[in-house]
Design a protein around this ligand. Structure first.
Ligand code: ADP
Ligand code: MG
Length: 482
């Protein structure tokens, strides 16, 4: 691939993201959803479309999608209807999926993404509701495909972006943003690896400067953020190469193959009319009143963008730090609790960004699984602020707290790390250091004031790290200037 070709072309990317909602029951049936249940145990005649069954809309499906719509600046339709999307597949016993077609409940929104060099606004075409199909399992039996219908009828929202994305990095940033929003709203756990967030990427290329879009392909089967980025990258180059060789891009669905790191053709692209959409006759339209909208607006949490700004303005945080801390709602909650307990935002961000995040990264865990409570972390920092321990002791106690379920003060005592702030104990130590180092004392008194560090170091050592460095400094300064 020559770089010339790369410079000649521009990619156009639009993402379709499916988010599995965290409702307690299915989209149109009163069946409890429990993850990890034995296959085919969460199925009723309704999920199978048996005659005589009728769907009922789960109210939370509607509330959750409206939350998402409001959080992404969408308009919310006063009236929208469900539609049947008809197709055959073994994991779809009803022969159709309940979805929405030309009246999505949310439309015309946007999200803002941030890249290293620039910020960009990405349009959202629509967000609609639908139900999931079951799962075909191809790798458990050597001869047969197995079907698990537990997932059939679980609620999904599909978020469709405008073709506003231009690079794999922008697609990655956009997807991260969607994940962050659904997590802040607590409507989806956002886990791509486990399939609760899924992404199809539509990719085309066109010569730079050309207005019309090129023919697109749709990429599927990417089950991580990195794979989405890689698959799009691969596909852009595949299309450019094809065009440069005189070929033409065929509109088709392609699968990302993680083992070869390539996309391969799966089927020619289906068209909407192939699905024979028609209005779902068994469900009434969804009517969204202003009262409902106001109620849901009230329930919205402070979202990451707003929170980041507030942390920068009120807490004096740098943009980078604010980005890191607000990346997850729960980390931001944790930080705020520490900051409020301490009344010192800077000390709070110091410990969260250094110690807490270090452990989360080392153990690859979420802040919700972190064993030290925000209360204990603030108590620990408080010990240091009150000069009861010094910073190296703080770190040792923090590490001990990871292993032992004990209060920081208790550990400080057990580990013999409480600072000595008693001048009766420190004076003899300081006197001895002055006596033992006549040369340094003379040079200090001659004006080499930076030697104070040397004296403090000696005193800290002699006290086995327990001396209060501030008190030591005061004592030494006083004695040397006597
Ligand atoms: P479907 O995949 O069901 O046909 P749409 O026509 O609504 O759905 O388009 C799906 C996605 O494809 C949208 O995210 C849209 O932005 C994107 N898209 C449409 N045309 C192009 C194109 N030429 N290149 C890249 N993406 C495109
Ligand atoms: Mg599509």
């Amino acid at each position: 691939m020559s770089t010339i070709a790369h410079e000649k072309y521009e990619a156009v990317i639009g993402l379709e993201v499916h988010a599995q909602l965290l409702t307690k029951s299915k989209a149109f049936a009163p069946v409890t959803i429990q993850y990890g249940g034995a296959p085919n145990t969460q199925v009723t005649p309704l999920c199978l479309g048996h005659p005589g069954t009728l769907p009922v809309v789960n109210e939370n499906l509607v509330r959750y999608i409206i939350k998402m719509g409001l959080a992404t600046h969408c308009s919310v339709a006063e009236k929208s209807i469900f539609a049947r999307k008809n197709y055959f597949y073994p994991d779809l016993p009803k022969g159709y999926q309940i979805s929405q077609y030309d009246t999505p409940i949310c439309f015309d929104g946007f999200v803002d993404i941030s890249l290293d060099e620039y910020d960009k606004r990405i349009g959202l075409t629509r967000i609609h509701m639908e139900e999931d199909a079951g799962k075909s399992i191809h790798d458990q039996d050597p001869y047969n495909t197995l079907v698990d219908l537990n997932r059939a009828g679980t609620p999904l929202i599909e978020i469709v972006s405008e073709p506003d994305l231009r690079t794999p990095q922008e697609a990655y940033a956009y997807l991260s943003k969607i994940k962050q929003i659904v997590q802040y709203l607590e409507i989806c756990d956002g886990n791509m690896e486990e399939g609760s967030l899924r992404c199809d990427a539509n990719v085309s290329v066109r010569p730079r400067g050309q207005k019309e879009f090129g023919t697109r392909t749709e990429l599927k089967n990417m089950n991580s953020f990195r794979n989405v980025e890689r698959a799009i990258h691969y596909e852009i180059y595949r299309q450019i190469e094809l065009i440069e060789e005189g070929g033409e891009v065929v509109q088709q669905t392609r699968l990302w193959d993680t083992s070869t790191e390539q996309t391969r053709a799966m089927r020619s692209k289906e068209e909407a009319h192939d699905y024979r959409y028609f209005p779902e006759p068994d469900l009434p339209p969804i009517i969204v009143t202003n009262e409902l909208l106001d109620e849901i607006r009230e329930e919205l949490p402070e979202l990451a963008d707003v929170r980041r700004k507030r942390f920068m303005e009120e807490m004096g945080m740098s943009e980078d730090d604010a980005n890191t801390i607000t990346e997850s709602r729960y980390l931001a909650d944790y930080y705020e609790e520490v900051a409020n307990n301490l009344g010192n935002p800077k000390a709070a961000s110091n410990i969260v960004l250094s110690e807490v995040l270090r452990v989360l990264n080392e153990q690859s865990i979420d802040i919700r699984d972190f064993t030290i409570s925000a209360q204990r972390v603030s108590d620990l920092v408080k010990l240091k602020e009150d000069d009861k321990i010094n910073s190296s002791a703080m770190q040792q106690i923090f590490n001990a707290m990871l292993k032992e379920d004990k209060e920081p003060e208790e550990l400080a005592k057990e580990m013999n790390l409480i600072q000595v702030s008693d001048s009766g104990f420190l004076e003899p130590i300081v006197d001895k250091i002055i006596e033992d180092n006549p040369d340094e004392v003379a040079r200090y008194r001659d004006g080499k004031k930076q030697l104070i560090g040397f004296f403090i170091g000696q005193a800290m050592k002699a006290s086995q790290g327990k001396a209060n460095p501030k008190l030591v400094k005061d004592l030494i300064t006083k004695k040397l200037n006597d």
